[in-house]
Design a protein. Structure first.
Length: 121
């Protein structure tokens, strides 16, 4: 029986102490970052967020119709995006409109889309 060596794992154990010392103080990640990516990992939430990069804002009803889902479901996804600081909302009469929080969020979503398209090509 032949044992195949893995080409994606170091064959010896070592580390660069200078590099580790330089990087270790920079490894504190602000709270909520992983939650932000976890929220965007849901396909429906990502699609809603992407739609909000194409339109400045959408009401919950428009988001539901666009996603082919119920108003309750769209509202749940939009609320999740808002609770994680990715979106904001405003109420106008009986309608609630959502938009992305800021340009940083728009940039992350656009870059993810660009990257996915490049991988596909």
């Amino acid at each position: 029986m032949t044992t195949k060596l893995r080409d994606d794992v170091c064959e010896i154990v070592c580390h660069d102490e200078e590099k580790i010392s330089r990087l270790r103080p920079k490894m504190d990640v602000p709270e909520g970052i992983s939650g932000m990516f976890k929220a965007l990992a849901d396909e429906t939430r990502f699609r809603i967020a992407y739609a909000l990069t194409l339109e400045e804002e959408l009401c919950v009803c428009d988001a539901a119709h666009l996603m082919g889902t119920t108003i309750a479901n769209a509202s749940h996804h939009l609320r999740t995006l808002r609770n994680l600081g990715l979106a904001r909302h405003r109420k106008e009469g009986k309608l609630v409109y959502y938009s992305l929080q800021d340009e940083h969020v728009k940039t992350i979503i656009r870059m993810a889309m660009d990257h996915a398209k490049e991988l596909k090509d």
